[in-house]
Write a protein that binds this ligand. Structure first.
Ligand SMILES: Cc1cc2nc3c(=O)[nH]c(=O)nc-3n(C[C@H](O)[C@H](O)[C@H](O)COP(=O)(O)OP(=O)(O)OC[C@H]3O[C@@H](n4cnc5c(N)ncnc54)[C@H](O)[C@@H]3O)c2cc1C
Length: 436
């Protein structure tokens, strides 16, 4: 079977890899010159099964209101005259109930555990190196109330297999001595030893090279204009090619991995995905003083920032802004990242050397991605991975490749278009939207 994968971010490339493992012919289409040139380019680097508490949780509505007009808020909602944003926000509010939050944590942990295991297997079998570190993720708190509030979701995560341990401030500094300058601020935290970190872009590009060496075709600089229907399915992808011409790329099956741009391509087919771009920022700086620089991947709860060590570079990433597809760098938000980095790790790096980046997380209201089949018999989704696309990429790609190949995925997950107990069942577009 010839499978056309749309999108060469971390999700598209892992999907292509696992499809090739099933012996399919695979073509990947992307508008950029290289894989991982958009949201998978410079993210926080964390493989964080422990980040399973979704943005939509019982405490979220109040927090979002409090942050509404704060320019450097961790989650900033800029209300627009945009029906897609309002629909998304409404659904987000519905996902904030305790029952929905628990259900979503379950899905996110289940996919995360499978994905982390799949990434480890892939790294070993292919000998991939992407500044990866298997040192765990340390989540620290500077507010006693927030630390206390973290116990309930942690309990749910543990029930589903995420092995997370609460640690006091002294233990935190023992695990990551570079946090010694911030010792007085920290009230405690949690450590997940099995979590990891690494450069998602380096991983994606290396895996793309391995895929290409094994026969996967990459059509880069090729913009997808739309999908053509044919007899209850999809008959081709209309594209503008690298040389400016127009063509149709045909396959037997099609997989949408277009991140935040997936809804635009699918809407003409009557598939209305609830994915909205959540803009985030990162700063990457060379290490100046290794004695003062961290190597364990960290999460700063108060500022909702993540820190990863990528070889001789430090990366800090975070913040989320719901404001459409704008990709301009906001200097206030850039400065906030490096200010916090230098507060916590004085002398570790030189702020003037920061390289800033921004990307659009393809966020669903529940943080649960769309993985599975649509009502078009040969059209599949692997998109909407939001804050955890790097963490979930290998598991999502592997499970989706199983579904395309008619096999049962190894994990129990709320796959799109598939009843947990009854096997594959195409959904209507309305049901697709309702499922999230
Ligand atoms: C600041 C920040 C920090 C993050 N930190 C982490 C983290 O620590 N851990 C984690 O797990 N996740 C993290 N994420 C999330 C993660 O980066 C994303 O979920 C992931 O990169 C999404 O991958 P993707 O392949 O779905 O999308 P993308 O990487 O955006 O890939 C989509 C591809 O589709 C292509 N495309 C789109 N439209 C078209 C078109 N019309 N024609 C042709 N091609 C098209 C694009 O060029 C792109 O290559 C972070 C995100 C941000 C923004």
């Amino acid at each position: 079977m010839h499978v056309v994968v749309m999108g060469a971010g971390v999700v598209g490339v892992t999907t292509a890899w696992y499809l090739r493992q099933h012996n399919h012919d695979v073509t990947v289409i992307d508008r950029q010159a290289m894989p991982a040139a958009e949201t998978s380019r410079a993210n926080g680097g964390q493989i964080s099964v422990s980040h399973a508490e979704p943005w939509a949780n019982p405490s979220a509505p109040l927090k979002v209101l409090r942050w509404l007009f704060k320019e450097d808020a961790p989650l900033l909602l800029r209300l627009r005259a945009d029906p897609a944003q309002w629909r998304w926000c409404l659904r987000f509010l519905m996902e904030c109930t305790p029952a929905r939050t628990q259900r979503n944590i379950r899905e996110i942990v289940s996919l995360g555990l499978y994905s982390r295991r799949s990434l480890g297997e892939l790294r070993q079998s292919l000998g991939l190196h992407y500044d990866d570190l298997q040192k765990g993720i340390l989540h620290f708190y500077t507010s006693a109330a927030e630390l206390e509030a973290a116990h309930a979701p942690a309990q749910v995560m543990r029930q589903h297999g995420c092995d997370l341990t609460f640690v006091d401030a002294d233990e935190i500094v023992r695990i990551e001595p570079a946090l010694r300058f911030a010792r007085r601020e920290i009230v405690g935290g949690s450590m997940t030893y099995a979590d990891e970190s690494g450069d998602a872009c380096a991983f994606t590009r290396q895996l793309a090279q391995v895929c290409a060496a094994r026969g996967v075709r990459f059509e880069q600089n090729t913009t997808i204009l739309g999908l053509d229907q044919s007899r209850g399915g999809i008959g081709g992808v209309r594209v503008r090619t690298a040389d400016g011409g127009y063509a149709s790329i045909r396959g037997d099956a099609y997989v949408v991995c277009l991140g935040s741009y997936s809804p635009a391509v699918l809407a003409p087919l009557g598939i209305n995905l609830l994915i909205y771009p959540a803009k985030g920022y990162s700063a990457t700086l060379p290490v100046r003083d290794p004695e003062r620089a961290y190597s364990v991947s960290l999460t700063d709860d108060e500022y909702k920032l993540v820190f990863s060590r990528l070889g001789e570079r430090l990366r800090v990433a975070g913040t989320a802004e719901l404001n459409g597809f704008d990709l301009e760098l906001n200097p206030v938000r850039c400065a906030a990242l490096v200010r916090r980095l230098t507060e916590l790790f004085p002398g570790a790096c030189e702020p003037g050397e920061a390289v800033y980046w921004t990307g659009l997380r393809p966020a669903t209201p529940s943080n649960v991605p769309y993985i599975g089949q649509t009502r078009y018999r040969n059209l599949f989704l692997n998109t909407g991975h939001g804050t955890l696309g790097w963490t979930h990429s290998c598991g999502s790609g592997r499970a989706l490749a199983d579904i395309v190949s008619g096999a049962r995925p190894e994990i129990d997950f709320a796959f799109t278009g598939r009843d947990r107990h009854a096997g594959p069942a195409p959904y209507s577009a309305e049901a697709l939207a309702r499922a999230h």
